[in-house]
Write a protein that binds this ligand. Structure first.
Ligand SMILES: NC(=O)c1ccc[n+]([C@@H]2O[C@H](COP(=O)([O-])OP(=O)(O)OC[C@H]3O[C@@H](n4cnc5c(N)ncnc54)[C@H](OP(=O)(O)O)[C@@H]3O)[C@@H](O)[C@H]2O)c1
Length: 294
């Protein structure tokens, strides 16, 4: 298959490129320098110059505070950008695999959200991503919309910069020996390598639709940190931070655990527990660190 990956130098996009290439697919990797999602002409000319069977959109404006400050831009990228891709891929007869977020929910449910639950985003980011989902779902019948959560991968997240949560915890523990982490938000930490594998699996079938796509199970950020230190055998003083210590500037769901109900129903899920995903990531991270230090 010929596959185009948009946002290919991002945290998830990088793993998606590798996952398709590893399966022998012909991959066209596009960065922001190649395509501007919010501009229909850019999307049209870029995707028409070399049409592919599958387009994977991992690109987004997803820095939550920046989205809140610039709603027009957030909607231009996350909603109109998704619409542009849906229109162009539909006209080409291509499949669109579009990545969305757990932040479409308000977090009031307190048990894992399934695909049929009504979304109610609390912030601009979630609203703009939800609008993007609807455009994709209504405009290109050959679509997969994947909602994922709390990503970490070996390529840095471009929107957030710096280290992902796992690498940040390891760094802080080594530098300070004492780490304080909030305990009030429940998530399903998900390795981008696993989402990429899921995307490759879906690209090979026609079970189009909306899917939750996260690691199995859930934890608070504090519990995630505890598991990271335990798995990496790091002796560190881990403490619960008070909710006022790292106040959220923008409302976020305090519970955004997703159940991969539709993937499991179709027998298509590749996901393991979040602990298993972490172990695999740490294995890779150690290998990477060893190879970097020669
Ligand atoms: N990170 C998370 O924890 C998380 C959780 C749930 C869902 N998601 C979703 O997962 C997806 C991937 O996230 P990620 O962490 O891999 O993000 P990332 O590392 O920030 O990558 C995003 C990519 O999108 C590109 N991009 C941004 N605006 C663009 C535009 N207008 N036109 C074209 N390209 C543009 C960026 O390029 P530049 O940097 O050069 O602008 C970058 O390559 C996103 O859809 C996000 O909403 C992420």
């Amino acid at each position: 298959m010929r596959v185009t990956v948009i946002g290919s130098n991002g945290q998830l996009g990088n793993d998606v490129v590798h996952a398709f290439s590893a399966q022998g697919h012909e991959v066209r990797a596009l960065t922001h320098a190649d395509i501007e999602l919010s501009n229909l002409e850019s999307a049209k000319s870029c995707l028409s110059s070399q049409p592919s069977h599958v387009v994977v959109n991992t690109a987004a404006m997803h820095h939550v505070e920046n989205c809140e400050q610039d709603p027009q831009k957030a909607f231009a990228v996350n909603a109109i950008g998704a619409r542009n891709l849906a229109v162009v891929t539909r006209d080409q007869g291509a499949t669109l695999i579009h990545v969305s977020t757990d932040y479409v929910f308000d977090g009031k449910k307190r048990e894992p959200y399934v695909e049929s639950d009504a979304p109610l985003p609390l912030n601009v980011y979630g609203n703009s991503k939800l609008a993007g989902e609807y455009f994709v779902r209504t405009l290109n019948p050959k679509h997969f919309v994947l909602r994922t959560s709390a990503l970490y991968g070996k390529n840095p997240c471009r929107a957030k910069g710096g280290l992902n949560f796992v690498d940040l915890m390891l760094k802080l523990a080594r530098e300070r020996g004492r780490v304080r982490v909030v305990d009030g938000e429940l998530v399903s930490p998900t390795a981008t390598a696993d989402v990429a594998r899921q995307i490759v699996v879906l690209s090979g079938c026609d079970a189009y639709g909306l899917y939750h796509a996260t690691a199995e199970g859930s934890c608070s950020w504090y519990e995630f940190a505890r598991e990271i230190f335990s798995a990496a055998s790091i002796d560190v003083k881990l403490e619960v931070a008070s909710p006022t210590e790292f106040p959220a500037k923008v409302p976020r769901p305090s519970y955004s655990v997703l159940e991969n109900r539709e993937l499991k129903k179709q027998g298509l899920s590749v996901f393991e527990s979040w602990q298993a995903g972490l172990m695999k990531y740490l294995g890779k991270t150690e290998t990477r660190l060893v190879s970097q230090t020669g």
